[in-house]
Write a protein that binds this ligand. Structure first.
Ligand SMILES: *[C@@H]1O[C@H](CO)[C@@H](O)[C@H](O)[C@H]1NC(C)=O
Ligand SMILES: *[C@@H]1O[C@H](CO)[C@@H](O)[C@H](O)[C@H]1NC(C)=O
Ligand SMILES: *[C@@H]1O[C@H](CO)[C@@H](O)[C@H](O)[C@H]1NC(C)=O
Ligand SMILES: *[C@@H]1O[C@H](CO)[C@@H](O)[C@H](O)[C@H]1NC(C)=O
Ligand SMILES: *[C@@H]1O[C@H](CO)[C@@H](O)[C@H](O)[C@H]1NC(C)=O
Ligand SMILES: *[C@@H]1O[C@H](CO)[C@@H](O)[C@H](O)[C@H]1NC(C)=O
Ligand SMILES: *[C@@H]1O[C@H](CO)[C@@H](O)[C@H](O)[C@H]1NC(C)=O
Length: 567
């Protein structure tokens, strides 16, 4: 207020009046700047955009199928499989190991508090052009349009079955290990996984909307217990589950979208909860059923999502990772960079963290090497060294490193030191034995924080990609998830949520660094898939908003690729 009135007086009195000396900053600025000021007539200018997003051309057909069609591939399937479906009603009399009563009993300890508002597939509505108008221009970014992406760069969006589908007990789906989160307990009265985003019913609408704004790839996961309700090899296959994903894939193609399928995103059938020793054969049984049917139309497959961070969540033992590995997997997560790169103990802490998070999967799969010694040497970890045969069998059985590098973090040794921690299972950081933080050594946050987990810290994107590329030397890296959930987004007004500046900046900054990783660091990044296209169930809460409506970040995300992909 005071400054404002002073400037007005200054303006009226002229630059060289008695007011000049107390307001030294203003007067210096006006005398030193080489700007010539002038007057003209004033007129209003229209600055809002009349640019519209352009939809995909449709339908999509591939010159040659990616794999043989079912009629040829069916020879790979066991011939004695039962195809059936189930309802929640028990039969009056016991009807066998995989009968109706056995199915109903699977759900005995799980009940859903809410029911989805509808029970049939929703017919998509046309997207009004008013929803496809570009947001106001971004002024905040320096774009290096000189760097390009190849025409076959795989870009799009992602989500997972359990986090969006709902309809957990419908059409013969069996329970998954995740159903105990959110299905029966509801943290915020809005996290009932039985409803989720109602994706099981609204997938056509979602696909139509993604196509209308021009997103060419959709990455989704198949719910294993929808296909194999009991989870076990040899148990019945649920026909409505097979039909559902067949239709999801065909709907993608109908609208011009290329599907990318993940076989498991945490939602293991409930029979895997306490025993993963049968996981390889059970997974193979499931994977064959879906790949034999869909692989002719799906060019990219991912096996397990983020299994490397699953110990203590879905797995009880580190040896479970051996079973996941045998069942085939690698998928990894956030890199730790040393808090102080010139302090050897910080570098050790970061490397040890990476050994556990990335090396356990990456050593055998990509390098044909044993588990990291830091893990094998940790007392009580219960991780058994792989045999030569196991290493031989998994080495090289993977085409690309599927990576979810949301954000980096800093690592330093725990207060007691690394070796004392490794020897003490009660240490809160055991077995990683690295203190992790988002705060730099000088006290600054590394970047703008999200509601949970992610951060706008593009300065570490190249190191994240570079570590994986140079350490494990994969043929390619596919960024399968990256994203940002703004702080307290759910509390903002709808219009504010739609403007979505922080998330927009996250994606733009991240992608700029990916361009540099490709062009300046020589890393073969073949694609990037944004998490997520919906405000989904982040394992018990919808507070981390990823909403089902077009937000600014999606327009700018699409715009980035339009600007950078070579024709
Ligand atoms: C199906 O055949 C396999 C191999 O021949 C056998 O191990 C399995 O028990 C059979 N399953 C059923 C349900 O008959
Ligand atoms: C349900 O809970 C009971 C009691 O804890 C247990 O005995 C039973 O095995 C559980 N059933 C299932 C299908 O998990
Ligand atoms: C743009 O890319 C070129 C070529 O890699 C590089 O020399 C230049 O520094 C980049 N400019 C910006 C602003 O990032
Ligand atoms: C959830 O709903 C119950 C019943 O309506 C209510 O008592 C409870 O306060 C609600 N909890 C929250 C966190 O809103
Ligand atoms: C250790 O792993 C073995 C083999 O997977 C398993 O049988 C055992 O229960 C595990 N022990 C602990 C304490 O997790
Ligand atoms: C290195 O880091 C450790 C653990 O944070 C610390 O105790 C030690 O003083 C640091 N050394 C140097 C030379 O900064
Ligand atoms: C192991 O760690 C716990 C938790 O930090 C601590 O209370 C305990 O004293 C430690 N034990 C040893 C032998 O250092």
């Amino acid at each position: 207020m005071i400054l404002l009135s002073r400037l007005i007086v200054l303006g009226l009195a002229g630059g060289h009046s008695a007011w000049a000396s107390p307001v030294t900053h203003e007067s210096q600025a006006t005398t030193t700047a080489e700007v010539s000021h002038s007057y003209s007539s004033f007129s209003y200018t229209q600055v809002t955009s009349t640019r519209y997003a352009t939809g995909l051309s449709a339908p999509l057909s591939f010159a040659t199928p990616f794999a043989p069609a079912l009629r040829q591939a069916s020879t790979l399937l066991p011939s004695n499989v039962t195809y059936t479906t189930y309802s929640l009603q028990s039969s009056p009399t016991p009807d066998g190991q995989y009968g109706q009563s056995a199915y109903a009993a699977l759900w005995a300890n799980l009940s859903c508090t809410d029911a989805p508002p509808f029970t049939t597939t929703i017919t998509p509505s046309a997207v009004p052009s008013s929803e496809l108008v570009y947001p106001p221009n971004l002024y905040n970014l320096v774009d290096n349009a000189t760097l390009k992406l190849p025409p076959d760069f795989i870009w799009g969006v992602a989500a997972s079955a359990w986090q969006i589908e709902g309809g957990l007990q419908l059409d013969g789906r069996g329970p998954s290990v995740l159903d105990t989160i959110g299905a029966i307990q509801s943290n915020d009265n809005a996290s009932d996984a039985n409803i989720a985003d109602m994706g099981y019913f609204m997938y056509k609408e979602d696909i139509a909307r993604l196509a209308a704004i021009g997103v060419p790839h959709l990455s989704f996961s198949i719910s294993w217990p929808r296909i194999v309700p009991f989870g076990a090899a040899g148990s019945p296959i649920n026909t409505p589950g097979l039909q559902h994903y067949d239709d999801v894939i065909n709907t993608c193609l109908e609208y011009g979208i290329t599907p990318i399928v993940t076989l498991n995103h945490g939602d293991f059938p409930i029979n895997q909860a306490s025993d993963t020793s049968t996981l390889p054969e059970n997974f193979l049984y499931f994977a064959k059923q879906v790949m034999a049917r869909y692989a002719d139309r799906v060019p990219y497959w991912v096996t397990f999502n983020e299994a490397n961070i699953g110990v203590g969540e879905v797995f009880t033992s580190w040896n479970d990772l051996t079973n996941v590995l045998t069942a085939h997997a690698a998928f990894a997560n956030n890199l730790a960079v040393p808090l102080n790169p010139s302090n050897a103990s910080h570098v050790d802490a970061a490397l040890r963290y990476q050994d556990f998070i990335l090396g356990i999967m990456g050593n055998p799969l990509f390098l044909g090497q044993q588990y990291p010694t830091s893990a094998l040497d940790t007392p009580n970890l219960n991780l058994t060294a792989l045999t030569e045969t196991q290493i031989f069998d998994v080495h090289g059985t993977i085409d690309f490193w599927a990576f979810d590098p949301y954000v980096a973090q800093f690592a330093s040794p725990p207060p007691v030191g690394i070796s004392a921690c490794a020897a003490n299972q009660s240490n809160p950081t055991w077995p990683y034995c690295a203190s992790t933080s988002m705060i730099q050594a000088d006290g600054w946050l590394m970047g703008d924080m999200s509601n949970v987990y992610s951060s706008i810290a593009p300065q570490y994107v190249r190191q994240q990609l570079g570590y994986v590329w140079n350490t494990f030397r994969p043929r390619a890296i596919l960024i399968c998830e990256f994203g940002f959930n703004p702080f307290a987004d759910s509390l903002g007004a709808g219009d504010a949520q739609r403007l979505d500046l922080e998330r927009t900046l996250y994606y733009q900054d991240f992608l700029q660094e990916v361009l540099k990783a490709i062009h300046e660091d020589g890393v073969n990044v073949i694609g990037a898939l944004a998490w997520s296209y919906l405000d989904n169930n982040e394992f018990g809460s919808y507070a981390n908003h990823y909403r089902r409506r077009y937000k600014r970040s999606l327009f700018e995300y699409v715009g980035f690729f339009h600007d950078h992909i070579q024709n």
